[in-house]
Design a protein around this ligand. Sequence first.
Ligand SMILES: Cc1cc2nc3c(=O)[nH]c(=O)nc-3n(C[C@H](O)[C@H](O)[C@H](O)COP(=O)(O)OP(=O)(O)OC[C@H]3O[C@@H](n4cnc5c(N)ncnc54)[C@H](O)[C@@H]3O)c2cc1C
Length: 392
Amino acid sequence: MIYGSAHAKLIKSDIAIIGGGVAGSAAAAMLGKSGHDCILIDPHEVYPDDFRCEKLNRPQMQTLENMGLANAVFKSCTPIESVWISRLGHLLNKVNYPHYGFSYQTLITAIRDDIPKTVKKVFSKVKTIENTATKQTLTLVDGTQVTCRIVIMANGLNPGLRRQLGVEQEMLSRHHVMAVGFDLKPENNNNFGFESLTYWPEKVSSKMAYFTAFKNDGKFRANLFGYWKRDEETILNLQTAPEEALTCLMPSLEKTIGKFSVDGRVHVRPIDLYQTHSHTCDGVVFIGDAYSTSCPGAGTGVGKALIDVKQLCGTHIPDWLESNELSAKTIGDFYKDPEKLESDTDSINGAYFLHGISTKLGPGWSGRRWIRFIYHFARGTFLGIPFRNSSI
Ligand SMILES: Cc1cc2nc3c(=O)[nH]c(=O)nc-3n(C[C@H](O)[C@H](O)[C@H](O)COP(=O)(O)OP(=O)(O)OC[C@H]3O[C@@H](n4cnc5c(N)ncnc54)[C@H](O)[C@@H]3O)c2cc1C
């Protein structure tokens, strides 16, 4: 059911979801499939083309399976079976590692296509929010009012509504990491030999976390993560002369994958790590990036958002709907959910570990880098053992 401004000025629902990115769309699909009365509000009928998460690993797909949402997503992504791993400029290993390439827009479209027709959708922006333990009122930019019992805040980085609720945000690490995304082409339109490549830095002084290139929709997409400032030479060069900049960062890349060129625009996004506090307010719950952001290099953002949705919509909301009041204290139980806590902790630890292993000198970090090198070298050279986990 789609509402436009001409049709509705007052909409009532049990649950209102603000934001239709991965968190909000998955919540709408899961709640709708369970027969709950809910409404999804997002300004865009089709999620805009945006540089965000562009691949999922097997555990993340497994979470979607557990939520009953994997079929639609699986059909829209490019399955990848194996990955080449290069460390310190040496190709060490070619291993089985199932994962899935897509554009963020494709992922969201697939999840939204799986939302049952019973879920109301409004393509507009929420302007104001008023909350109590029994009734929440949202006012949209066109004046439409939405009243409900529970509001799910899945509105990502947007601070306006959070401030209206008096909810604080703590900046954990400003410009924690730089994410760079672009299409990569093999010379003469030949194929690269790999389906997916993970290329760890050749030296610590490059400030690079890692480079990855993977199949997506008949092309190769590349993501590069590192700890450069916005105005640093590496970033400027990546935007003006990307092939030279990549060769400068990874002198052995061409030897490993053959001649390549960068096709089209180079997207550059500095990423902050922040955490929402005072988030226990009556009737309103925060999920996904609206609750806390993640390091894209650690690859935990979508997994974390999906665990939020799975636990919230599968465990907590059905209980909450049984009672007449939804106090801040009750909402607080969600933030203490053990599975959510574990996923949040893994995400933040992953962000700092990647930073440490990529940039820190000293025997501890250097030792870790060498252990990883020797481990992959031994597996690739002597044992030929494929990986089963996500530690590559
Ligand atoms: C460059 C980059 C690369 C990344 N790479 C990875 C990766 O490899 N692996 C990984 O797991 N994660 C990655 N991430 C993180 C991941 O993309 C995010 O954690 C995830 O997309 C967050 O989803 P979300 O639904 O919480 O927020 P979003 O997708 O941002 O959705 C928020 C939605 O809310 C809507 N909205 C905002 N304000 C309002 C309002 N007032 N009213 C109505 N709607 C509103 C917006 O229009 C938007 O649709 C990456 C992120 C970036 C930026």
